[in-house]
Design a protein around this ligand. Structure first.
Ligand code: ADP
Length: 699
């Protein structure tokens, strides 16, 4: 082969190689192209699917998205946005000014301000609720939330994106609800106002009925007449208490009750409540026991009037629903922290009880669960009022009850602490004293023992005086005589007379006797004296009265005779009747008559002034002990008359006379107005003997 040929073959072979490589590369390129096309297709498909899914989701949620090119004002959005406004995609303009023009005039400024604030970079995003006008001209509510998603190097927005949600249904429902609420509120306010105005009109004639019937009851009457009068008095009193409940319920329901925080003396409060039920309990033969935890300071900060009102509801129910047995009113310490102290008030009765399944709805208004037992009146509002009051005092109420056995209502109330929290109870001289308790009733003994434990006394208990006699003798013989013997007069029997004689002779083996007597006792004061008792403690008593009795007995003073506690006998002996000179300023004829006759019955002398001007004319410094002043009077009202009298007093430098307002209005503002005018107290119409007596006895 020639060299040239050889060369030619080599060249051809090389060209072939290049060609093969090029073909191979071409094929590879072709394959890559096909692959990438498949990937692109798949991506396109995935993207479409994602898009469709997103649209479906947005559609389902009535949700639209939008993009706003800030500089050009162009808007891009999904079809849902057009649909929500009732347009086709082609119809709805795609610029920002169309959006702004569509906003309801009432929502416009606020919405634009929110968007501007965000654009200025003051907020992370903006959100607004506003109405947009749809194609049909109808306004529809939307929720719009947007955010600048891109800014240029100067910080100016480039693109703002957001979502729009249809909230029309919710807004319409909300508006209807608000309107309904406003209507109900207005109706309720009108009702309250009507009742408040009516209360005056109702109380005044009722004053006439109650007052006159009260007076009639005290005159000479045949049995039959007395029975009728009792019915009138009872019915009028019931009507009055239902009316009071309703007025009070309206006040608490409308959140009209505010607490006025002042120092509260808990022992005093408990005593007042116990006094308020004394007569009814005496009539029903119910025993009242009090207990005040010695850890409770004398004064805490709270609203005494409201706490009293609250406890009175439970206590009145306890008396009402109990035919025999006892009522215990206890105040227990329930803990404290730096600022507050909790007190648990417990009211226990041995009455008819409440069925278990009814306990849950007791605090609903107008609920009365013992309706089968028709004899108990009531409005069914007491406990609903109590619930509101306890809520105001950050408290809780619990109820335990067993049908036929009795009920216990507990309410734990929070008070503010006072800096000086001491109790004035002085138990000095009692520590280590040995006390013998004679009572067959464990509940009564436990209450007493709780005190003795705190005062560091040693106690022993016996069921009867005979058993006690043995114990006295035995301990005396052992050189450890008792210091005190507390005998419950309720457990006294005929044979005890003999025992007491023997004990008297043995000088009670050094133990000083204290007799604890119930309200109703067969003994007279002289009877007790004859038996050799020097110290008598009447139930119900407070811890300080128990201490007083123990100390008085321990002092060994035999000449005096000490009646302590709720001592009715002592009360009678102490009070000397004083004739008061009273000026009554009252324009209503019936009220005049009721007041004049009542005051005369009580032995006081009364002058009458028919209006404020006459009252001022009749007033002379030092002439009257009391002025009873009606508030609403012609010519000059009671407040102005009181002010005038106070002025005259300061001009003449004379002793201020006690001015007591008589008012049918029971609102706090009215009460305050009386005090501001210089009055000292007030009683509400219809004016009752007990209320009047309270004012008179304070003079
Ligand atoms: P009222 O006593 O005016 O009917 P309340 O709201 O004070 O209304 O009481 C609601 C009901 O709860 C009463 O009617 C009574 O059935 C029941 N109740 C309340 N306290 C007692 C109690 N201590 N013993 C038995 N039942 C009670």
């Amino acid at each position: 082969m020639s060299e040239e040929l050889h060369q030619r073959i080599k060249e051809l072979e090389n060209r072939n190689k290049v060609l093969t490589t090029a073909t191979e590369q071409w094929e590879q390129l072709q394959k890559m192209f096909l692959d990438s096309q498949a990937t692109l297709k798949k991506n396109e498909h995935d993207l479409r699917e994602i898009n469709e899914r997103m649209e479906r989701a947005l559609n389902a949620g009535d949700l639209a998205w939008w993009d706003w090119e800030y500089k050009t004002g162009a808007i891009y959005y999904n079809p849902e946005r057009a649909r929500l406004l009732g347009y086709s995609v082609e119809e709805l303009p795609r610029n920002f000014s169309d959006v702004v023009n569509r906003i309801h005039p009432d929502d416009h400024d606020e919405t634009v301000a929110l968007i501007r604030k965000h654009i200025a970079g003051e907020t992370e995003y903006y959100e607004a609720e506003y109405r947009l006008q749809s194609k049909s001209g109808e306004w529809k509510w939307f929720y719009d939330r947007g955010k600048v998603v891109e800014r240029d190097i100067m910080g100016d927005p480039v693109l703002i994106s957001g979502v729009l949600i249809d909230i029309n249904e919710r807004k319409v429902a909300e508006r209807e609800l608000t309107e309904a609420h406003n209507r109900a509120d207005a109706a309720s306010k009108a009702k309250s106002l009507f009742l408040a105005n009516m209360s005056h009109e109702i109380y005044t004639p009722l004053a006439g009925v109650v007052g006159m019937a009260d007076i009639l009851k005290q005159s000479e009457l045949a049995d039959e007449q007395r029975e009728y009068i009792d019915i009138i008095v009872n019915s009028a009193s019931n009507l009055l208490s239902v009316l009071n409940d309703i007025m009070e319920y309206i006040k608490v329901e409308n959140k009209k009750v505010e607490l006025s925080i002042t120092p509260v003396n808990i022992p005093q409060l408990i005593q007042e409540i116990s006094t308020s039920i004394r007569e009814r309990c005496r009539e029903k033969g119910l025993e009242v026991l009090l207990y005040i935890d010695t850890q409770i300071p004398d004064h805490v900060m709270g609203d005494p009037k409201r706490v009293r009102q609250l406890l009175q509801i439970f206590v009145n129910n306890a008396v009402k629903f109990t035919e025999q047995g006892r009522i215990i009113l206890a105040a227990e310490f329930a803990g404290w922290d730096d600022d507050s102290i909790r007190v648990r008030f417990r009211i226990t009765d041995t009455g008819i009880g409440i069925p278990q399944h009814e306990i849950g709805r007791l605090f609903d208004s107008f609920t009365r669960v013992n309706t089968k037992i028709g004899k108990y009146g009531g409005s069914g509002l007491g406990l609903a009022i109590a619930k509101h009051l306890v809520d105001l005092m950050n408290g809780v109420i619990t109820v335990e009850s067993e049908e036929g056995k009795g009920s216990t209502f507990t309410c734990t109330v929070e008070f503010d602490r006072l800096v000086e929290q001491e109790t004035h109870l002085d138990a000095s001289g009692l520590a280590g004293r040995r006390i013998l308790l004679v009572d067959s009733d464990t509940e009564r003994r436990t209450l007493l023992n709780d005190y003795f434990l705190v005062w560091d006394c040693e106690t022993e208990e016996r069921n009867s005086l005979q058993e006690a006699q043995d114990a006295l003798l035995h301990q005396f013989g052992a050189g450890k005589p008792f210091d005190l013997i507390l005998i419950e007069a309720g457990t006294w029997s005929k044979e005890d007379h003999e025992t007491v004689n023997q004990l008297n002779e043995a000088s009670w083996y050094r133990a000083k006797p204290v007799l604890i007597a119930p309200q109703k006792t067969d003994f007279s004061t002289n009877g007790f004296k004859r038996e050799g008792f020097r110290t008598l403690l009447f139930r119900p008593f407070l811890p300080e009265q128990l201490l007083e009795a123990l100390k008085s007995a321990l002092s060994g003073e035999t000449s005096s005779f000490n009646l302590i506690g709720d001592a009715q006998f002592a009360d009678l002996q102490r009070t000397e009747k004083r004739v008061l000179k009273i000026l009554l300023a009252e324009d209503n004829l019936i009220n005049q008559r009721v007041a004049l006759v009542t005051l005369k019955k009580l032995g006081h002398e009364t002058d009458l002034a028919e209006n404020g001007v006459m009252a001022v004319e009749q007033y002379e410094p030092g002439k009257y002990d009391l002025i009873l002043m009606d508030i609403l009077m012609p010519e000059m009202n009671g407040l102005d008359a009181a002010r005038k009298i106070r002025e005259m007093e300061s001009e003449t430098n004379s002793e201020p006379v006690h001015i007591c307002a008589i008012t049918a209005n029971i609102h706090k503002e009215d009460e305050e107005a009386c005090y501001e005018a210089g009055m000292n107290s007030y009683i509400t119409k219809p004016f009752r003997l007990e209320e009047l007596n309270k004012v008179l006895s304070a003079l």
